[in-house]
Design a protein around this ligand. Structure first.
Ligand code: ATP
Ligand code: MG
Length: 347
């Protein structure tokens, strides 16, 4: 079968630095490692519609934006297939059959879905499509026989659900599907990057993001306005670095070279943190440093994006070609699934 990657993003907005450290940066490394036979990156428009069905124009607009973000971070159409979920109708068909293998109670227990339902204020009028999106995500992963799914921490319950469905399917109908494993970033700070407002997760739906496409001035304003330790009122006060978003971003983005370049009084992040904890180090100084680090990280991404933005037709062509490859792969799996389920009547 080989090593296969499937992962994706919802086209509910442009991608942000949480996506970058949580998943995108890793995907590019995996793509260039040469260790994988096939890589599929899905723009999950059907899933985005489960909570944006009343705003189809928003989902449509963001397809191109997400593709631009992918390619400007280094996802290379010569090595990876980028595709649009809804065009691959086999995925919907697989979802329908997998629905039989999961109970309502099991779906309602999913902690990520629970949190998202609260966030979206669905309360007791939860759209069925939204509640069942983990099943559709199982279809997305299994359709490509993916064994590796690089994601942020919030996706672990989805992967657990997918593994259960795969085991159930294979048990009932014979060994057909591949059990996927989540691949988390190895840097703990990247598992779930908080928002600039200090909320637990940077998320398109919360409006607390630094976007990959942000202009230098936007980045600076957002960084300088970031939430820090609320008890660190005077420069001389001892400060908390744990749970402090500014330091969490530094954990995620910073390496020692940046100190030599922008803050040579310190050799590394440990020294900077120690000073902050002792007291005598102001937030403004740390934020200015973080701004430098982010500007340097995002500058080449933004430059590539500006180039690609000049030719949206090319980007859509890349998606069309990727989608064709994805469709063929999903059709093969669907045929195997139907055969296993004994519903391949005219085969
Ligand atoms: P939405 O608010 O529409 O759900 P989102 O910002 O959560 O958008 P998704 O498209 O749901 O983004 O997530 C895509 C991928 O990025 C997933 O693998 C997810 O785990 C990862 N991810 C999203 N936000 C973060 C974050 N703040 N830190 C680390 N990883 C993240
Ligand atoms: Mg999300």
């Amino acid at each position: 079968m080989g090593k296969i990657i499937l992962t994706g993003d919802r086209p509910t907005g442009r991608l942000h630095v949480g996506h970058y450290v949580g998943s995108l940066r890793n995907r590019v490394l995996l793509q260039n490692s040469g260790k994988f036979d096939k890589l599929f990156f899905m723009i999950a428009d059907a899933q985005a519609l489960t909570d944006n069905f009343d705003h189809p124009e928003k989902v449509r607009e963001n397809i191109l934006q997400v593709a631009l973000d992918y390619m400007s971070c280094g996802i290379d159409p010569a090595k990876s297939h980028m595709f649009i979920q809804s065009v691959v109708s086999e995925l919907t068909e697989l979802t329908f059959y997998y629905m039989n293998l999961v109970t309502l109670a099991r779906l309602e227990r999913n902690p990520t879905v629970k949190a998202e339902i609260q966030l979206r204020g669905f309360n007791h009028s939860i759209p069925m499509g939204f509640l069942t999106y983990p099943v559709s995500q199982t279809a997305d992963i299994t359709a490509f026989m993916a064994d590796t799914v690089p994601v942020g921490e919030d996706q672990l319950p989805m992967l657990e659900q997918a593994r259960e469905i795969v085991r159930r399917f294979n048990e009932l109908y014979g060994e057909t599907l591949v059990e996927p494993t989540a691949l988390l970033p190895d840097n703990a700070a990247c598992l779930r990057l908080p928002g600039t407002d200090g909320k637990a997760k940077m998320s398109k739906s919360l409006g607390n993001c630094i976007y990959l496409a942000d202009e230098p001035e936007d980045i600076r304003t957002k960084v300088m306005g970031m939430f820090t330790d609320p008890n660190h009122l005077q420069v001389s006060d001892p400060g908390q670095t744990e749970g402090n978003p500014v330091f969490m971003y530094l954990d995620a983005f910073c390496s020692d070279e940046y100190f030599a370049k922008y803050l040579p009084d310190y050799a590394n992040l440990d020294e900077l943190k120690a000073h902050y904890r002792r007291g005598g180090l102001g937030d403004v100084k740390v934020k200015k440093f973080l701004n430098n680090v982010l500007q340097e990280t995002l500058e080449p991404i933004r430059a590539r994006r500006k180039e690609l933005e000049k030719d949206p037709g090319y980007v859509m062509d890349v998606l069309r070609q990727g989608t064709e490859v994805a469709q063929a792969a999903a059709a093969e799996t669907l045929a195997k699934v139907k055969h296993a389920m004994k519903i391949d009547y005219f085969a």
